[in-house]
Design a protein around this ligand. Sequence first.
Ligand SMILES: C[S@@+](CC[C@H](N)C(=O)[O-])C[C@H]1O[C@@H](n2cnc3c(N)ncnc32)[C@H](O)[C@@H]1O
Length: 407
Amino acid sequence: MAVYHASAETQHVVQDFFAQLQTALQQDQLQKVVLSKYQGQEPLQRITLRPVMIKQQALLSFVYTYKTNDQTKNFDYTAALAELTRLAGSEFKNLHLLTASHEIQLTFSKKGKAALFSHKLQNAAQEAAVNKDHNREKQRYLTLERPFLQELGITDAQHKLIPAMSRKWKQINKFIEIFSRALQSTDLIKQGKVHVADFGSGKAYLTFAVHDYLRHTLQLDAKVTGVELRQELVQLCNDTACKLDLNGIDFQQGDVKHFAAQGINIMIALHACDVATDYAIHMGIRTGSDIIMCSPCCHKQIRPQMHSPLLLQPLLQHGIHLGQEAEMITDSLRAMLLEAWGYDTQVFEFISLEHTSKNKMILAVKNKLSREKKAEKYQKIMAQIQAIKEFYGIKEQCLESLLAENL
Ligand SMILES: C[S@@+](CC[C@H](N)C(=O)[O-])C[C@H]1O[C@@H](n2cnc3c(N)ncnc32)[C@H](O)[C@@H]1O
């Protein structure tokens, strides 16, 4: 603010506000600061600040909300406080500070006189404020203002969600939430360089979302490669990337069965058909990816090989059950193979069935077990796999055969 021209009383009030902000930062109690009542010439509506951790550095993320889009800049604390001091009272007449325990408002009158209002949050209000902030945190992975969403037809020119795309939007957000958690469980953010390959990228909703999250939200030096069989989709996605003037994303025509990936640390395959999922997982393991994420679809390989064990015949006499059993066995074998090859693996519902019927996620994160423990685990799981295959009369599972060639 223009502290030089302000009265001593206003200077005192402003200093008090900044002292409380600094205390909240030091005690890790800051939820957010919102600057509103903008007085400048740009179509700027407000700025929202939140603490973020990027490459293990505590920063303040400033989201500048304009009429039609958002822009994010991250500042270290010193630079952030300098920027706030410049803006307070001059460009913004209202600053709203929310900490874990207090709500504090700094306002400036037309004549530039500052006033400070503070109240302690009651338990319920405190919880609500924090929860509200956690909910926003969820939304923070991606926001509707991001330009790629408009280009992909998820939002309109006013950055409003197109109703028919609301399922896709939910799916994308959920996916990024899972992706983000997996990423944070590795050292990849610390290393600062991330290379993601998305096999069977299709129209690339998720490929663009991952790219945006890594490069825009996390500001990492990330590279994202989409691999797709259909040339027309490759062309479409490269054109989109070009139109959006994006760096670090490209699409290549290729078959996951033969694609020679290099230097990948995250492998994604969402709804890659049938054994394409096995080839993609194999590629992830072979290239030593830290994270492997796949959502399998159409399980064709195991079912024709399966015969129903006597005990299960009353259950599996129904075609639908046999299909479900085959799908469960296929994905369980994939998860077990990932465990055997050094990954901590989870299989879970990735988004509720109302949003899409292809809702299973296999998420594998490379573990740090010793060589001996890995070898021991490998032997144990491979024996279990053998027993399951014998039980159901299964001769071949694609991922297992591909991995056997590696040995
Ligand atoms: C169901 S779409 C999923 C697209 C995208 N991953 C998503 O989840 O929105 C499957 C895509 O995988 C591609 N595909 C199928 N088999 C493939 C293979 N062997 N190699 C590369 N792409 C493949 C298809 O052309 C199709 O675009």
